[in-house]
Each structure stands twice: as C-alpha cells, then as structure tokens.
Write a protein that binds this ligand. Structure first.
Ligand SMILES: NC(=O)c1ccc[n+]([C@@H]2O[C@H](COP(=O)([O-])OP(=O)(O)OC[C@H]3O[C@@H](n4cnc5c(N)ncnc54)[C@H](O)[C@@H]3O)[C@@H](O)[C@H]2O)c1
Length: 250
C-alpha cells in the first residue's frame, strides 16, 4: 500500500516518549516528510538506538522526564532559543502494573498519573506560549481506549488517560481562535514494549474486546497522528479521535 505523502517541511516537531514504539514510528514518518524532529525520552539506551537507526541530521534527542516540570521547562527554553515548536505529540506513557484499585501501590498509582496526565499538562503548559506567539500549533495527546472505557485493574492508567482527554477538550477550546489545534487519540492495543507491563491475561482481555479481532499496527496509528499534526487539519480541535478497531464507538 502506498503511504499518503505528508509535508512537514519547515516544521519542528517534539515527540515525547519517542525512543521506541508509537513515538519512534511517528518520528520516522515525520523525518521522512521533511520535519525537524526532537525526541524526548527517559530511556538512554533506546534513545541511542533510535538515533542510530534513524540516522538523520534533522533529529535531536534528549533525556527528559515529562513528569518533571523543571526539566520540561528548561528543555523547552533551550529549543525555542533556536526554533519554534510547531507540533507537539504528547506520547510518553506507562500503563503501570495490572492490579485492582484497592491493592494498587500508592507510589505507583501516583507515578502512572504523573507521567500520563501531568506529563501532558507540563509539556502543553511550557510549549503553548511559543505556539501562541507563532500563531501556529498542532498538539496531539496520545490517550487510550482505557481513558474512555475505564479498564478494570488499570485504574491509574485509565484515570491518567481520561485526564488527558479532559485536558484536550479544555485546551482545544482555549486556543480555538488561533491556528492551533489540540486533539486526543485513543488507540486500542498495539504490540509495543508497553504490553510487557501488563499481565498476559489482561492483554488478551483487551484484544478480545476489539471487533477487528487484531492488534493495531503502529503504522496505522502514525498515519492518524500525521493528519492531525498536519497543516491540513484546520478545523478539528478539542476532539477525541478513536483508533480502536471498533471497540469504543463513542
Ligand atoms: N501500545 C499500546 O497498546 C497502547 C494503547 C493505547 C495507548 N498507548 C499509549 O501510547 C503511548 C506510547 O506507548 P507505546 O505503546 O509506544 O509504549 P512504549 O513503552 O513502547 O513507549 C513509551 C515510551 O515512553 C517513554 N517514557 C516513559 N515514561 C517517560 C517519561 N516520564 N518521560 C519521557 N518519556 C517517558 C518510555 O521510555 C518509552 O520509550 C503511551 O502514552 C501509551 O499509553 C499505547
């Protein structure tokens, strides 16, 4: 199948959690489409591997923990000294362990919410002023069907992603009079490293709910993120785009 050609020339995109999985594939497609790309991640080994595999002078990658606001703000200030940030993909996330709410470790619950929700808030808070100044921005927040449905034994993750959806709706409206869009995407399960954090039974249960009867392919996800990140997306904002193979039809 021929891929649609996107044009990201003269655009700078920041992708959090971009060293592997969804984020890596988005970075690859953005680079192929002419963008300058900045990857943030906390996994130094995977950053090194991504840099080697992508082998592109338009790529910069940094160790940044999105749950730490000071790190986010300092890194944003470094970037905007030389360039605007046109596209932000808030993709960094963890599921945390599979456990009932009453048995969930307190620190782990907080960590899952800190990364999935606070990380998204931190990056938007630090970057939106630059987008307003430039009157251009495309923000894509990677949520999950878990944030719409509320998955049993994944309360922290479901809350973090539901929060990211609420944030998307609020911020999208706050910026609607500018050429800045803010949208969320809600994928179903895809075979990335994140699945290792959950039990096999939990992953099987997720898959059994998908009418398409299979995992989402990473490239299918990237394609949706590309359109939402493109200049052609001039109207959709504050919205939630489903990519769950028919699971969450609302
Ligand atoms: N794969 C799926 O089944 C699935 C389904 C729905 C939603 N999602 C969401 O998609 C996004 C990407 O997940 P993935 O499947 O590619 O997983 P992944 O584990 O392959 O990649 C996530 C990346 O985020 C990085 N990361 C984690 N915490 C971070 C932090 N504090 N700061 C910066 N980077 C951090 C990790 O090091 C990793 O490289 C996540 O938000 C995830 O919740 C994934």
């Amino acid at each position: 199948m021929d891929k649609i050609k996107f044009n990201f020339k003269n655009r700078t995109a920041l992708i959090t959690g971009g060293a592997q999985g969804f984020g890596y594939d988005i970075a690859k497609r953005f680079l192929e489409s002419g963008a300058k790309v900045i990857i943030w991640d906390i996994d130094a080994k995977m950053i090194e591997k991504a840099e080697k595999d992508l082998n592109n002078s338009d790529l910069i990658s940094n160790l940044v923990d999105v749950s730490n606001y000071n790190e986010v703000e300092n890194s944003v200030n470094d970037i905007i000294r030389n360039s605007n940030i046109d596209i932000l993909v808030n993709n960094a996330g963890i599921t945390g362990p599979t456990a009932s709410l009453w048995e969930y470790d307190l620190e782990m619950w907080k960590k899952v919410v800190d990364i999935n929700l606070m990380g998204t808030f931190h990056c938007c808070k630090a970057i939106v002023p630059n987008m307003i100044k430039n009157n251009y921005g495309r923000i894509v927040n990677v949520a999950s069907v878990a944030g719409k449905d509320g998955n049993a034994n994944a309360s922290a993750y479901s809350v973090g992603k539901a929060g990211a959806i609420g944030l998307t709706k609020s911020l999208g409206k706050e910026l609607a009079d500018k050429n800045i869009s803010v949208n969320a995407v809600t994928p179903a399960g895809a075979k990335t490293r994140i699945l290792d954090q959950m039990t096999k039974e939990h992953v099987q249960r997720m898959l059994s709910k998908v009418p398409r009867g299979r995992f989402l392919e990473v490239e299918e996800f990237t394609s949706l993120v590309c359109w939402l990140s493109s200049e052609e997306n001039t109207f959709s904002t504050a919205a939630v785009f489903d990519i769950s193979g028919g699971r969450s039809t609302y």
